[in-house]
Design a protein around this ligand. Structure first.
Ligand SMILES: Nc1ncnc2c1ncn2[C@@H]1O[C@H](COP(=O)(O)OP(=O)(O)OP(=O)(O)O)[C@@H](O)[C@H]1O
Ligand SMILES: [Mg+2]
Length: 453
């Protein structure tokens, strides 16, 4: 709730204004003299001051000047009696947000206040960009001070110094790899290797030899003995990314290594003993794969001794300004603290669905920094798909007649959404899939099913 301080020496006025504005959902503090008001500015977290101009002892003008010294971003609205317009002009020069002449219409005051508070929010957000440069909102290079991220930091602290396997879950781009590294670099193994492998990116035989290594001549092309990632990670940490994609035969092998901490290279007979800390990442659906029998339950529990679940960006939008600042600093360190975003851009960032999560935000900021023509990032610097997806509405009546059976209707809507996403992404299926928050694979399937390409 936003806090508005009203200052007027006429107590009746205070009562009327308080009644009028509390019904707007603001917290109202009233004060009948400027001296007390100044104390409140220092002590309370105010968002706006509405002050009368003419008051005995200390005037509204002095209050304005002093308030600006304490908090330059705090908007001040001046109320002046009719006929003292020169005073109002003077106040504007002294950086009052606006003035309003008494007597005023209630609507007029409400609108001025609403605008001033919007201005305040914007100032705050842009200030966070500068503030975020200090280390207060970070854990290493992980950004975020939302409750869900603070819980993540606590988990990292707790698990870092144990050898327990940790399963990191979360949608694409939520920072799973970043968290895995944070665990490793906060652990006693930090000076030992951190090795990662993407279990979803390699064909079965290749994945096997990547994990366990192979002996020379064990298959065509194995011209030399090769160490696998398990050996490379010895005494350190192995990060099994997309572990849910691992084929069943390898799941068995992996389980054995986790239990015994020993294995043989492909084509080898010598048993190799290792000491490796295992971290794994998967999407949240791995549990379902277990229920369906596609992923071994025993392996699941081995990997899942501790689980860290990363929230999608839409669920922690309060972290957006900090992330924005972080990425500005990452891509243009010399500009950190000088770049601002227009209110429209902030609005767009807050209302976007972020199917690609932090990675998507990172890409958008990196791009905007290239596109911008001065130190302010405007809507023009955002990719077109973000603007369209925010504004354009689908006309339901047009695509589904009222008497269409539900199942057919849903199919028509789905088709329309996919078509639209493809249009926005210039027919790049991977991008369209990201917009809709579905996998590329599923996108490909739908495109074929609906005969869209
Ligand atoms: N909390 C965060 N603070 C700062 N940067 C972040 C944060 N989370 C993610 N990132 C950045 O976003 C990008 C994506 O993160 P990362 O690769 O760790 O995600 P992921 O969950 O592994 O994604 P995928 O599922 O696609 O593999 C990286 O550049 C990472 O540095
Ligand atoms: Mg990843």
């Amino acid at each position: 709730m936003e806090t508005v301080l009203i200052v007027d020496d006429e107590k009746n006025y205070l009562i009327i204004l308080e009644a009028l504005l509390s019904s707007e959902g603001y917290e109202i503090i009233t004060e009948d003299n400027a001296i007390n008001a100044l104390r409140l500015i220092k002590e309370e977290n105010l968002d706006l001051i509405v002050t009368d101009m003419k008051m005995p002892r200390v005037s509204g003008m002095t209050l304005l000047e002093e308030a600006k010294k304490i908090d330059p971003d705090l908007p001040v609205i001046i109320m002046t009696a009719y006929g003292t317009i020169e005073m109002a002009v003077e106040a504007m020069k002294k950086r009052a947000y606006d003035y309003i002449t008494k007597p005023f219409r209630n609507e007029e005051l409400k609108i001025t206040i609403k605008k001033a508070l919007e201005f305040r929010r914007l100032k705050k957000e842009n200030r966070l960009l500068t503030e975020a440069l200090s280390d207060r909102y970070k854990y290493g290079n992980i950004i975020g001070k939302s409750n869900s991220m603070i819980k993540v930091y606590e988990m990292i602290e707790k698990v870092s110094n144990s050898k327990a396997s940790v399963m990191i879950t979360g949608a694409s781009g939520t920072g799973k790899e970043l968290i895995a590294k944070a665990i490793h670099y906060n652990s006693a193994r930090k000076n030992k290797p951190f090795i990662s492998i993407n279990c979803g990116a390699l064909a079965e035989t290749l994945l096997e030899s990547e994990l366990f290594g192979h002996e020379r001549g064990s298959f065509t092309g194995a011209i030399a003995t090769k160490k696998g990632r398990f050996e490379l990670a010895d005494t350190g940490t192995l990060f099994l990314d997309e572990v849910g994609e691992m084929p069943p035969s390898l799941q068995v092998k992996l389980l054995r290594v986790l239990q015994e901490m020993e294995f043989e290279r492909v084509g080898g007979t010598k048993t190799i003993k290792i000491d490796v800390r295992i971290l794994a990442a998967s999407n949240r659906k791995l549990r379902n794969s277990v229920d369906k029998g596609a992923f071994r339950e025993d392996l699941f529990y081995r990997l899942n001794v501790v689980q860290i679940d990363l929230p999608p960006l839409v669920e922690r939008s309060e972290d957006i300004p900090y992330l924005v600042a972080h990425f500005i600093e990452k891509y243009q360190p010399s500009k950190a603290g000088t770049i601002e975003l227009t209110p429209d851009v902030w609005k767009c960032l807050y209302s976007h669905r972020w199917p690609g999560n932090i990675r998507e935000l990172e890409n958008i900021i990196e791009r905007a920094l290239v596109m911008r023509s001065n130190d302010t990032i405007t809507l023009n610097d955002l990719p077109e798909y973000m603007l369209k997806s925010n504004n354009e509405k689908i006309d339901l009546e047009k695509i589904v007649p009222a008497n269409m059976p539900l199942e057919d209707a849903l199919e028509q809507i789905e088709k329309k959404l996919i078509l639209r996403a493809l249009e926005y992404s210039n027919n790049v299926q991977a991008k369209a899939a990201m917009m809709l928050g579905i996998s590329r694979h599923l996108m490909h399937y739908k495109v074929k099913k609906f005969g869209l390409l």
